[in-house]
Design a protein around this ligand. Structure first.
Ligand code: TZP
Ligand code: MG
Length: 223
């Protein structure tokens, strides 16, 4: 990468953003990734979390396999929380929450790689921007079962509040998003949707991604 990702490119990457780790997947996560990439996933985040999550070498091995799949497909590969891992793998970016390392410090460590920051309020979003975020993740928009320590459900109103406050940074909604809800999330101001279970627990991850990506494409064609 020669410089920071352009906002217009970032918005494209956020269209159908798959987030996953081994505990989110009833089958081999690399199978889910393969199907999701075939269905048109636009970015993938490795988020290996939870009581039974992989650690150590098995975790790094899975992280590398998914990175390889993303690389083959030409899709950016983002690592959740673990800046060390992202640097070790030379991932395309990092996503951090409000309880993780300070975004400004992460920006310094990762250079021009993509930096995503979760935000729940206008203040958090503005700080993330000052600290060098390339996009903000907003949620949970709807109830979710995929995050134990999720904050209160925000609804799509939070997306409108952020946009109305003048925040223009690429923004992705997350939490309980299904194909039926894509339009509502995008209408409220998101550039894309980040999903776990709607894809990882679908009978066909490929079809799930195709349906979500299709809904998003239709929305932006009309805009
Ligand atoms: N951050 C806010 S909600 C959430 C994360 C990681 C989980 C989203 O998972 P799902 O299954 O799409 O609701
Ligand atoms: Mg985190």
């Amino acid at each position: 990468m020669t410089g920071r990702v352009e906002p217009s490119m970032m918005r494209q990457h956020l269209r159908m953003y798959l987030v996953l780790g081994s505990i989110d997947c009833p089958v081999d996560p690399t199978h889910v990734v393969q199907e999701a990439l075939a269905g048109g996933a636009t970015m993938i985040q490795f988020r290996e979390k939870g009581d039974d999550a992989l650690v150590g070498e098995p975790m790094i091995h899975l992280a590398r396999r998914i990175q390889h799949q993303c690389h083959q497909a030409g899709v950016p590969y983002i690592v959740n929380d673990d800046v060390e891992l992202a640097l070790k793998l030379n991932a395309d970016g990092v996503h951090i929450g409000q309880d993780d390392e300070c975004a400004a410090d992460v920006r310094k460590r990762i250079g021009n790689r993509i930096l995503g920051v979760s935000a729940h309020t206008v203040e958090e979003a503005e700080r993330a921007i000052r600290h060098g975020a390339d996009y903000i993740g907003i949620g949970p928009i709807y109830p979710t079962r995929s995050k134990d320590d999720a904050r209160a459900v925000q609804g799509t109103d939070i997306l409108r509040i952020l946009r109305d406050s003048g925040i223009d940074l690429p923004m992705v909604g997350i939490g309980g998003i299904t194909a039926e809800r894509v339009e509502e999330v995008l209408c409220a101001g998101a550039d894309g949707v980040a999903v776990i279970s709607a894809v990882t627990r679908a009978e066909s991850a490929r079809e799930a991604v195709e349906t979500i990506a299709g809904a998003s494409e239709r929305f932006f064609l009309r805009k």
